[in-house]
Design a protein around this ligand. Structure first.
Ligand SMILES: [Zn+2]
Length: 329
């Protein structure tokens, strides 16, 4: 993994390149960003650069013994820990701690989902960070920096990964997955600038099926004809979906396309124009816009803890039924 293979993140790229070449990198780096934003790729590229014996500017060379060991996953000075189950316990740090104090070249410890460290693990890490042995570097990755103790965060050089631009995601999908432009465009929108999510969707064999399901649901809701009882049973079956929030975003996407079709013709559509025409016949622009708002609000609610998924779904489906029933308007 090399920095040049990674997309975007101009600030992080500049900071790491400057610190690596000047030899001023902090002994603890914290990389924050949501799931799929590329934290691990950046962390691994930084680890490889720190361990490389023939670094070229800020990049690992990919050829030296150290780089070969790193690529094979057996570098003796690279310690990679991640939660076991839900927690990252002190035993995981104790097991490798002795290695941190050995003489020799750089050593790197990459900690994934650092926010899952137990209080004891945090205390142990903090002790090391307070008096770091020379040439030992920690790279902490987290999607929830607020859950890390402030005492640890304050000892780290912190970076937050930014969403990639649409063009960057398109280029990534084209280069790595060879996707057709229409599908790449659709995935770039759905991935919200998260390269990991875009790649995951591109590899997902169930994606087309889920898209078709979402299209059907969006159309049937807009076309009406469902009784309240049917909607309640639909809510029950949707509640069990693991991908519920994402699935609702797909439904929302179809309403967005319907709206664009109604307002601007067939330009800029993410799904096939024939799909969009179905919405045009089924609903008015106002109803589609309000339906999108209702779905987005529901997706937001589902992201909160303690929400009753089924009740929230039932409420929104009934609201959608009422809104589309009063079309046009
Ligand atoms: Zn190398």
């Amino acid at each position: 993994m090399n920095f040049k293979d990674l997309y975007g993140q101009a600030e992080l790229r500049r900071a790491l390149a400057g610190a690596l070449t000047a030899g001023t990198l902090s002994h603890a780096v914290l990389i924050c960003g949501p799931s799929g934003s590329g934290k691990k790729s950046w962390g691994l590229a930084l680890a490889a650069a720190l361990l490389c014996q023939g670094r070229e500017y800020a990049e690992s060379c990919g050829r030296c013994r150290s780089c070969r060991l790193f690529k094979s996953g057996i570098h003796p000075a690279f310690f990679h820990i991640r939660p076991q189950g839900r927690r990252l316990g002190i035993d995981q740090i104790r097991r490798i701690r002795g290695n941190f104090y050995l003489e020799g070249g750089n050593r790197v410890c990459l900690i994934e989902e650092a926010e899952q460290m137990t209080a004891e693990a945090c205390a142990s890490l903090l002790k090391i960070l307070e008096e770091p042995p020379p040439r030992l570097y920690f790279i902490l990755l987290t999607g929830r920096p607020k859950r890390l103790p402030g005492t640890i965060v304050s000892r780290c050089q912190c970076f937050t990964l930014q969403p990639l631009k649409k063009e960057e995601i398109l280029d990534l999908l084209k280069r790595q997955k060879g996707l057709a432009p229409e599908k790449a465009l659709l995935l770039s929108r759905l991935s919200k600038g998260l390269p990991g999510m875009a790649l995951k969707l591109a590899e997902d064999p169930s994606f087309e099926g889920r898209l078709a399901e979402a299209s059907e649901l969006a159309y049937r809701l807009a076309a009406g004809g469902w009784t309240s009882r049917e909607l309640l049973s639909l809510a029950e079956s949707l509640t069990g979906r693991e991908d519920l929030a994402f699935f609702l975003e797909l439904v929302c996407l179809f309403y967005r396309d319907g709206l664009i079709y109604l307002l601007c013709g067939s330009e800029e559509l993410l799904v096939q124009p024939s799909e969009a025409k179905r919405w045009a016949r089924a609903a008015s622009p106002n109803a589609l816009e309000e339906a999108m708002e209702m779905l987005q609000k529901l997706v937001q609610e589902l992201g909160e803890t303690n929400v009753n998924r089924r009740l929230a779904l039932e409420g929104t489906l009934l609201q959608l039924k009422r809104r589309f029933a009063s079309c046009p308007g």
